[in-house]
Design a binder for this molecule. Sequence first.
Ligand code: DX5
Ligand code: ZN
Length: 215
Amino acid sequence: MKIAPSLLSCDFSAMGAEIKRMDEAGADWMHLDVMDGHFVPNITFGAPVIKWVRPYTDKPFDVHLMISDPLKYIDDFADAGADIITFHVECDSDIDKTIDKIKSRGILPGLVIKPGTPAEAVFPYLDKLALVLVMTVEPGFGGQSFMADMLPKVGAIKAECARRGLELLIEADGGIGEATIAQAAAAGVDVCVAGTAVFKAADAAKAIALLQRIS
Ligand code: DX5
Ligand code: ZN
């Protein structure tokens, strides 16, 4: 299981140092939550900030776009150094065009589903995707409670991928920590995002190692 610390819970006055801290603590990917205050009721940061912090690690940048019109901004996030771009199937952009644009820039594309969206919503796009991100909280804020009832979607997506001979990664995001990660692992999740559980821990390296061990 890969652990992707969510920078949403970092000290933003020292974002570069926080990324370096997570790199040294053993993070697999860096998860960057981009919010536009429109698709979700919160605003975080955009491509310029990601570009500034990109040199602080060689680990993959997993950019989670919680924005209404991702297609418009793919070039900006590609230029900023994203390795993986996930965007919501509930957004306003054309889904196929957005996936194609991400791929044209040599970036791994992923679709995200909110808690109210069924697994089947991503099925038409599975052939073109590298991963699917299943939200285990309502997107917008860190520190919320894990929704275990989202996990059957992981099984449904994995079963559909197996049926079609596809090898996608499944990522889960929201409320994941030492009390919940075993459930995500049992459901077949490959990559877990963890904000609060890692950034608020006294020792981030211990927290990441514990999550990797129990998953
Ligand atoms: C929520 C974000 C998550 C969030 C996870 O909209 O997508 O990445 O920061 O934070 P925790 O682990 O605290 O739930
Ligand atoms: Zn996220």
